[in-house]
Design a binder for this molecule. Structure first.
Ligand code: FES
Ligand SMILES: [Fe+2]
Length: 378
């Protein structure tokens, strides 16, 4: 009896006419893709990486997707800054390696224009006889950057919304997990043959879990937990671990202690938060899993997945993350396979929009949100 009530479909009903999937062009048309980039990715805060990737002044990594190339670095003051990766002389790419250390100054390999780590132009050979040329007028193009508990975000808009508005209070909600302390021990990059929204949507429902993820469903019932109502910058929900299950791992057990700050209830839950438009955050009782989604083309998305653990757990001689890594490697492959198939089916001439379930309310939320964002830019 308890089980029936706990897993009942008690979310509000929806009406058929109002909750249909999007027309195919939102997943297949390169022009819609370009409009989405403008309206969404070039306007919103994007998860770029973790502060631990930038340990010292001069440490940097690149963010590259669909025509964007940004240098994210730690400057001389210890602050994290971001700049367009293009020289202000004739536009040459400044940093080529995906990550590394800049030795004090960024020097363009073409004609040696030189910038300091704050982006100021400090050397411009052969420009002394150019009337009106002033070094201070040609700094590197600045990109907004912000950090939250070890996460680095950038914003490519000329007028970014305040970062706090983007987080919408989730920084307070997730403070107990102490994400700033966590360290990445595994990173995998996947190339999905699917539109970025399909990855996002697949993440935001678990009706496919008993069919596609038998192991996940064995550890966490697909109808457990609940979602928050869709928000302008994120979609989120949680699921409960079944009795006796300690975490999402190959056998449901963990030899790592739960994060020190979390409540007894949260030791029995997994939180799934999708920050629009490129960051998925899974908080398990004993590890954090992150995904960045980088749109490459209308039907291609690069996905960077990382496993992060508490330093005390990592320091133990018997630390072995493979139970969690293998679990999500398996689940990820199952998900990308479904997203690729969804892309292929939607690209089929015979595709027509279909009705969502009331338990796919977050997906419908994403659709409405996209349409609103696109309409705003017209
Ligand atoms: S293009 Fe960079 S110095 Fe000329
Ligand atoms: Fe899935």
């Amino acid at each position: 009896m308890t089980t029936t009530v706990r897993y009942a479909n008690n979310r509000p009903a929806v009406s058929l006419e109002e909750t249909m999937t999007l027309p195919a062009r939102y997943y297949t048309d390169p022009e819609v893709f370009q409009r989405e980039l403008q309206a969404v990715h070039l306007d919103m805060w994007l998860h770029a990486g973790r502060t631990e990737q930038l340990p010292d002044a001069g440490s940097y990594f690149l963010v590259r997707f669909a025509g964007v190339n940004v240098i994210v670095l730690r400057d001389q003051n210890g602050d994290i800054s971001a700049f367009h990766n293009t020289c202000r002389h004739r536009g040459t790419l400044l940093c080529k390696e995906h990550q590394g250390t800049i030795p004090g100054k960024i020097r363009c390999p073409y004609h040696a224009w030189t910038y300091d780590l704050e982006g100021n132009l400090v050397g411009a050979p052969h420009m002394e006889k150019v009337e009106g040329f002033r070094m201070q007028d040609h700094p590197l193009g600045k990109v907004a950057a912000a950090t939250w508990d070890g996460h680095v975000f950038i914003n490519l808009s000329a007028q970014p919304v305040p970062f706090a508005e983007h987080l919408a209070g989730l920084d307070r909600k997730f403070a107990p997990w102490g994400m700033a302390d966590l360290k990445c021990v595994e990173r995998r990059v996947y190339h999905a043959k699917a539109n970025w929204k399909l990855i996002f949507q697949n993440y935001s429902e678990c009706l496919h879990c008993p069919i596609a993820h038998p192991l996940l469903n064995k550890l966490s019932h697909y109808m457990s937990g609940d979602n928050e109502p869709p928000q302008p910058t994120y979609l989120g929900g949680r699921m409960d671990l079944r009795e006796g299950v300690q975490t999402l791992s190959m056998n449901g057990l963990s030899n790592r202690p739960p994060f020190p700050g979390i409540s007894a209830e949260d030791r029995q839950r997994v939180y799934y938060y999708a920050f629009l438009p490129n960051f998925l955050l899974n908080l398990h009782p004993d590890y954090m899993l992150t995904f960045q989604l980088w749109p490459v083309a209308v039907d291609q998305t690069e996905i960077v997945c990382e496993w992060h653990f508490h330093p005390d757990a990592i320091a133990k001689p018997d630390f072995d993350p493979s139970d969690a890594v293998d679990f999500w490697e398996l689940t990820n492959q199952q998900d990308w396979e479904l997203s690729d198939r969804a892309q292929e089916g939607i690209s089929n001439h015979g595709y027509q929009p279909g009705p969502y379930s009331n338990r796919e309310e977050l997906l419908f939320g994403i659709d409405r949100w996209i349409l609103e964002r696109l309409a705003r830019r017209q």
